[in-house]
Ligand binder design. Structure first.
Ligand SMILES: Cc1cc2nc3c(=O)[nH]c(=O)nc-3n(C[C@H](O)[C@H](O)[C@H](O)COP(=O)(O)OP(=O)(O)OC[C@H]3O[C@@H](n4cnc5c(N)ncnc54)[C@H](O)[C@@H]3O)c2cc1C
Length: 392
């Protein structure tokens, strides 16, 4: 049987970052991942990092490539009613965001775990948690046809929305909060220069559209689509036509088209479970909460959970105190619910929910208000760059 202090299930950004920070602070850990390392390193997802996430990656010694390759954005644009309005993040908040793909963050974390000789076990299937209520939990898994066990003090469930950790908790011990949105995002990645040097979020009668990017030569574009849409119905030419129709004319003119290198449809949901600590299991990142991507908060929230948890565990092993690990759930949830609120609000403002023109008029009135009211646009900006971290 293997033995460690913290068994981490999942090698996504939250599992890898937690592993790296714990090891840097002398806390032994093992990461179990059901996919291969190559699969994990090539998954395409988020791309906008708050300064707090950037700082944590630097603290974890994985910031060097990010700091040299990221694109620093001091604002973004809101498109509506044929206009576009720039939200000047830097002027309104003094803060900025960084564009650096989650794929690159994951590659940097994987490389750092290899250099530090971290114990990562890939292609671990049939992961099962036992003894979470006692002092000595175990994690069982199968690899290469052999079943093995890890004895540990704590389990960190960093295994995403579909993972096994949250499902290992008796349903009566968790309260679930959920909103399913009646649409999804059809996204493509293409090696073409971005239409604008900052992100453009567009509210349009045909539905929402977003111009994003991963670098100065790689663009990420999305259009709101029905939940029953099939990718086969969206050849690249149809996607580009639909995107341009939904953007302000000045932005549409600058869209450079090209073959997609990835195309996918993602449903949108808001989801939170409480509490995030059950016995000796901590739920972290997407295992505990999902937000619609409109506010670019999913990856940033995962990093914020890790920040609270690694401090708590390090403090526990340093002093023997359980104060911070006992308060992990309460402290993480305070930030989570604010991000859930913001992501829900921004999604509600920018998407088409029905054919009812009353809703669209209300959205246009609120967008117009944002262009006139410093208070309103500052509220948007301070949530977008990430709220300050609370001390207690
Ligand atoms: C398609 C998609 C697009 C997204 N786009 C954006 C975006 O544009 N902006 C944004 O901010 N956020 C976005 N997100 C959200 C963001 O990517 C997530 O919030 C982030 O990945 C959370 O990291 P995580 O480590 O908590 O979970 P994950 O990245 O989901 O990692 C979980 C890991 O656990 C592993 N795992 C699962 N089950 C098991 C098991 N039983 N045993 C062992 N390992 C297991 C998985 O293979 C995975 O490696 C997107 C998410 C998805 C799915």
């Amino acid at each position: 049987m293997l033995r460690t202090q913290v068994a981490i299930v999942g090698a996504g950004p939250s599992g890898l970052l937690l592993s790296q920070l714990l090891q840097l602070h002398g806390v032994d850990n093992i990461v179990l991942e059901r996919q291969t390392s190559d699969y994990v390193a090539s998954r395409i997802r988020a791309g906008v990092l708050e300064s707090g996430t950037v700082d944590l990656l630097v603290k974890a010694d994985v910031g060097a490539r990010m700091l040299s390759e990221r694109l620093v954005h001091e604002g973004f644009a809101l498109g509506f009613a044929g206009r576009d309005f720039r939200v000047d993040l830097k002027r309104l908040t003094g803060d900025v965001v960084s564009v650096y793909g989650q794929t690159e963050v994951t590659k940097d974390l994987l490389a750092a775990r290899v250099v530090a000789k971290g114990h990562l076990i890939f292609e671990a299937t049939q992961v099962a948690l036992e003894g979470l209520d006692g002092a000595h939990p175990t994690v069982r898994y199968t690899q290469g046809g052999k079943t093995r066990e890890i004895a540990c003090d704590f389990v960190a469930g960093c295994d995403g929305y579909h993972g096994v950790c949250r499902q290992s908790v008796p349903a009566a011990a968790l309260q679930t909060f959920e909103r399913i949105y009646p649409f999804g995002w059809l996204g493509i990645l293409a090696d073409v220069p971005p239409a604008a040097h900052e992100l453009v979020y567009s509210n349009h009668e045909r539905g929402f559209a977003l111009c994003s990017m991963r670098s100065t030569t790689r663009s990420r574009y999305y259009v709101q689509c029905g939940l029953d849409e099939k990718l086969e119905a969206w050849p690249d030419s149809r996607f580009w036509d639909e995107l341009r129709m939904r953007l302000p004319a000045a932005v549409a003119e600058t869209v450079v088209t090209g073959p997609s290198i990835e195309k996918s449809i993602a449903p949108l949901r808001s989801f939170v479970v409480e509490p995030l600590k059950v016995g000796r299991l901590f739920l972290v990142g997407d295992a505990a909460h999902i937000v619609p991507p409109t506010g670019a908060k999913g990856l940033n929230l995962a990093a914020a959970d890790v920040r609270v948890l690694y401090h708590a565990l390090v403090e526990h092993y340093r002093t023997g105190s359980t104060e911070f690990i006992d308060r992990y759930s309460e402290r993480a949830l305070r930030r989570i619910w604010k991000a859930v609120r913001f992501s829900w609000w921004f999604t509600s403002l920018m998407h088409k929910f029905s054919d009812d023109p009353f809703n669209h008029r209300l959205q246009l009135a609120e967008l117009d208000y944002l262009t006139k009211s410093k208070a309103a646009v500052t509220s948007l900006a301070e949530n977008y760059v990430g709220l300050p971290f609370e001390r207690s």
